[in-house]
Design a protein around this ligand. Structure first.
Ligand SMILES: NC(=O)c1ccc[n+]([C@@H]2O[C@H](COP(=O)([O-])OP(=O)(O)OC[C@H]3O[C@@H](n4cnc5c(N)ncnc54)[C@H](OP(=O)(O)O)[C@@H]3O)[C@@H](O)[C@H]2O)c1
Length: 286
């Protein structure tokens, strides 16, 4: 595994395992498989309702001697309904309990809505108490990101954004660099949209190295300094997605894949009011 060093010195694996849309029951099996094939970083969230499944898998892997807690990197995210200092603080305790751990390696504000300043203060406190080793934001685009990064006492160490070959987040990246914030990609496969797994550019470049389109896409992002957290419920795919550290794309190949960038989100546009209203109603927030 390769690592990036966050602005506070914490080492984060460049490739982790995503658990969005996996039921709590199935998550235990999936995370157990993921640890077994070599993943050490696991991404969950309060809103995925599978923190217990992650906690059970991690607890059992540690008990069995498969891994040590300090070898794992656990990420969770505070949901919009738990926003504000008091609620966020209580929800951090609940997440720790569900994950069966004394500390979360990376704690996010999941979405830039509701009282995220209050949430951030609870996260800063958890960070100072050692309950979170690093804190960050997710889905914070330029306006909200620059606001929080400029005025918060502790600057976000990571911003987890929709990022893939079709949305390379080129506009915000210089600003993330300015505040020492690491970019992390959610949906690094674009959830398979736009035929990513059979895309001719990725397929042709990957073939040279005996890799498929998905592996080529992950390699491109890692080489671009982006942390990735692909999700799969299939053990053989988990292993395949992890097998991206034995080849290096040339400058020309990197440029070709850079050319696939369309510069816009596929799944949610945080600047589109209709998308935001739809998001709130989908999650029963209003
Ligand atoms: N912060 C946020 O708001 C946010 C939002 C979305 C996601 N995330 C995080 O980011 C993680 C990754 O994003 P994502 O799960 O939405 O999408 P993704 O990783 O881009 O794509 C997952 C899809 O790709 C398929 N897949 C995986 N490996 C494959 C392979 N080798 N060959 C063919 N198909 C393959 C999976 O199917 P199978 O499972 O059937 O293999 C699944 O349908 C999430 O799990 C979550 O942890 C965060």
């Amino acid at each position: 595994m390769e690592y990036v060093t966050l602005s506070n010195g914490v080492k984060m694996p460049v490739l982790g395992y995503g658990t969005f849309t996996i039921s709590n029951e199935e998550t235990e099996r999936c995370v157990t498989d993921a640890i077994h094939v070599g993943y050490r970083s696991i991404d969950t969230a309060q809103a995925y309702y599978n923190e217990e499944g992650v906690g059970n898998a991690v607890h059992k892997a540690i008990e069995a001697g498969t891994v040590k807690r300090e070898e794992l990197f656990l990420t969770t995210k505070i949901w919009v309904a738990n926003a504000g200092y008091e609620k966020a603080k209580a929800s951090i305790e609940e997440s720790l309990q569900k994950l069966q751990t004394d500390y979360i390696d990376l704690l996010f504000v999941h979405q830039p809505y509701n009282d995220y300043y209050g949430t951030w203060r609870a996260m800063e406190e958890a960070y100072k108490e050692g309950k979170a080793k690093a804190i960050g934001v997710s889905n914070f685009y330029a306006d909200r990101y620059l606001d929080l990064a400029s005025f918060a006492e502790i600057k976000p160490m990571v911003n987890q954004l929709e990022t893939h070959v079709f949305q390379q987040q080129k506009t915000i990246r210089p600003y993330l660099d300015k505040f020492g914030t690491q970019i992390e990609a959610w949906a690094p496969f674009a959830k398979g949209e736009k035929n990513l797994f059979s895309h001719p550019v990725l397929t042709e470049i990957g073939a040279k190295y005996g890799k498929n389109a998905g592996q080529t896409a992950l390699r491109f992002m890692i080489q671009s300094g982006i942390v990735v957290i692909p999700k799969s419920t299939h053990k053989e795919r988990m292993a395949e997605n992890l097998n991206v550290f034995d080849f290096v794309l040339t400058e020309d190949e990197m440029k070709q894949i850079e050319g696939m960038d369309e510069g816009s989100n596929i799944f949610m546009d945080h600047e589109n009011p209709a998308h935001i209203e739809n998001f709130f109603s989908r999650f029963g927030i209003m």
